[in-house]
Design a binder for this molecule. Sequence first.
Ligand SMILES: Nc1ncnc2c1ncn2[C@@H]1O[C@H](COP(=O)(O)OP(=O)(O)OP(=O)(O)O)[C@@H](O)[C@H]1O
Ligand SMILES: [Mg+2]
Length: 263
Amino acid sequence: MSGSDSRGSTLELEGIVKSYRRGKERTLVLNDVSLTVRAGEFVSLIGPSGSGKSTLFRMIGGVEKPDQGRVLIDGEDRTGHKGLISYMPQQAALFPWLKVEDNIRFALVSTGTPKREAKEQAAQWLERIQLGHVAKEYPHVLSGGMQQRISFLRALLMRRSVMCLDEPFAALDALTRADMQRWLLELWEADRRSVLFVTHSIEEALVLSDRIYVLSPAPATVLRELVVPFERPRRADVWTSPEFVELKREVLRLLEEGHSGTV
Ligand SMILES: Nc1ncnc2c1ncn2[C@@H]1O[C@H](COP(=O)(O)OP(=O)(O)OP(=O)(O)O)[C@@H](O)[C@H]1O
Ligand SMILES: [Mg+2]
C-alpha cells in the first residue's frame, strides 16, 4: 500500500515576506524567510508560538500570497498555486458532512484510486491507525486527537510529492504520538516524499528530520539551519546518545536567545 509513483520534489522558499493589516497598523509576520527542502528530504521547522509557521504553510499551500518572495517547486515558480502539495493544517480539517471512512475515501479517490478499491483501502488504513471502530462516525463526535490522526492520514494519502504537516501530533498522548512518529518514519522511508514538518518538540524534530530550521520570534527569520547526523533507519534509542542531547541543547539555546532578544 505504501508503494508510490510520486517521489519527492524540491521545495524552495525565497525571501518570503508577509504582513497583515490590523486596523490601521500593519504587522510584519514573516521577514525574509528562505529555506529549502530537497527531493526526498525530511525537514522540520521549530519556532516560538506566533512566529509565523502556519502562515508560512499557507503561503506554500497557495492559500495566501506573500507580499514578497517566491515559492518554487522543482525550480518552477508556484507562488499562489493551490493543490500542488499535501497539506495538513494545524486544526484538523475534515469534511463534517462526511463520515470518517468517506473522508478517507475522498482523499484516495481524489488522487486516482478507483472507487471500489478506495472503500477497502480506507478501512485498512483506519485499522492501521487504530480507528477502525469509528469509521462510520461523523468527525464531530471524535476527540481532538482522533480527528488529528484522521486528518494526518488524509494528508498522507493525498500522495503529493511535497507534504507539509503542521504539528500533526500535538494533540496526542505520549504513547500514541510515539506510535504515529514510528509509522510516519516507516512510510516516509519507504517512499521518500519531501516533508516539511512543524513541531514544538525538539526531540520529535531530532528523531524524524534530516535538517531543522530554527525560526526567530515574529517577524520570523531563519536563525539557524542544523543538520541532524543520525543514520537511517533511525534507531529506537537515538534520543539517548550524547550527540542527540548536545543538539537538543543547541536548539534550546537558539530559542532562548531569540526569545530574550525580543524583550
Ligand atoms: N489572517 C490573519 N490576519 C491577521 N493576523 C494574522 C493572520 N494570520 C496570522 N496572523 C498573525 O500572524 C502571527 C503568526 O501566526 P501563525 O499562526 O503563523 O504562528 P505559528 O508560528 O504557527 O504559531 P503556533 O506555534 O502557535 O501555531 C500571529 O501574530 C497571528 O496573529
Ligand atoms: Mg501554527
